[in-house]
Design a protein around this ligand. Structure first.
Ligand code: COI
Length: 354
């Protein structure tokens, strides 16, 4: 645990915790009482503070509103049966945020500021971490440029914020996905591996078209040839083929997902063969047709492990086998949950206890 940094704390006098109704939660629409804020003044991170969650005033010339220097992370905290708050792999998020910052030419934030801000915030908002299976506190660290300037160049100043949302399951049932072969999410040499706002903006229109056709999400294919599958909506894409875990290798167009890498590690721990490599659409379709594709699922922080029921490709829908209780996807989700809620030994030291 990090020793305390000088963080100015202004506690709310009007907590909204009494209004929290876990049965009515919509992902990302309920916000905990406080947020952590820090500003980069062009030289150093200053003015570390925790303040009540609320609006901020900005100039219309704020650079990221025009040119998109904005990056974010998604992470979660859980409450164990005895009321302890457990955070899953926060150092990984701090490191990835800085990789995104590097790609977007933004200031990097020292890990100790990221973690100290996070821990102090969670101490203050610990009541907002739901104590219920499949529920957690979704944590949204993000950073954006704060120069008022509409010339195209890197901003000198930045703001880093963390706020929190209590959440339940992201998808309530297996998802129906369509292999996208016209639009691209990320191109070689682009920003696909960074968690930057623009990647998500560019995904909205093709996702909307797929939703109009009755799909929940897209399977993104590579930007050069549309030959290889890359990600599943906002998640990494994983399969079980002939008992092996197969997933597209991370690249400059595929996000290095923390849930993804945790699942790969668990599969290896369980003695399962794992292949991280390019996966072509042709191979996917062939394995769907010959029945060797046993499972397909998305993996991400928000959706955790999200089984796929149907894959649409060029107007044809391929149904996946029904998800069995002992499927890899179910077993790995249950085991990850056991780690996250503190029910089993955390052999890889993935959990930080508040
Ligand atoms: C996450 O899984 O944390 C994501 O980034 C998805 C988010 C865009 C809802």
């Amino acid at each position: 645990m990090i020793d305390t940094l000088p963080i100015d704390i202004q506690q709310t006098s009007q907590s909204r915790i009494g209004e929290l109704n876990l049965d009515q939660l919509v992902f990302g629409r309920t916000f905990a009482d406080h947020m952590f804020v820090a500003d980069f003044d062009g030289k150093e991170w200053t003015d570390l503070r925790i303040v009540p969650y609320g609006d901020m005033a900005f100039s219309p010339a704020l650079m990221p509103l025009h040119y998109g220097q904005a990056i974010f992370e998604g992470m979660k905290a859980y409450k164990s049966a005895d009321g302890e708050v457990l955070i899953f792999r926060p150092q990984e998020n701090a490191a990835r945020l800085n990789r995104s910052a590097h790609r977007l030419c933004m200031a990097e934030i020292p890990e100790d500021i990221f973690l100290a801000g996070l821990y102090e915030l969670l101490k203050l908002d610990s009541q907002w971490v739901p104590q219920r299976d499949n529920y957690s506190l979704y944590i949204r660290p993000f950073m954006f440029a704060t120069d008022e300037y509409i010339g195209v160049s890197p901003s000198k100043k930045y703001r880093f914020i963390i706020f929190n949302c209590p959440v339940g399951a992201y998808y309530s049932k297996p998802v129906k996905v369509k292999v996208e072969t016209q639009y691209v999410r990320a191109a070689p040499g682009g920003t696909g591996a960074a968690k930057c706002a623009g990647n998500y903006a560019a995904s909205l229109y093709p996702a909307k078209l797929a939703q109009e056709e009755g799909y929940d999400q897209l399977i993104w294919t590579d930007g050069a040839e549309h030959k290889y599958v890359e990600e599943a909506g906002t998640m990494n894409f994983m399969f079980v083929i002939d008992g092996k875990l197969v997933t597209p290798a991370v690249s400059d167009s595929i996000l290095d997902g923390i849930t993804r890498k945790s699942i790969v590690q668990i599969a290896k721990d369980w003695g399962m063969e794992v292949e991280e490599r390019k996966v072509s659409i042709a191979e996917l379709i062939e394995n769907l047709e010959n029945g060797r594709l046993q499972e397909a699922f998305g993996a991400g922080t928000a959706a955790v492990v999200s089984p796929i029921s149907t894959i649409g490709y060029e107007g044809k829908n391929f149904e996946l086998p029904e998800i069995k209780a002992d499927s890899f996807a179910n077993r790995v989700k249950a085991y990850l949950d056991d780690i996250k809620y503190g029910r089993v030994e955390d052999t890889h030291n993935w959990i930080v206890r508040l």
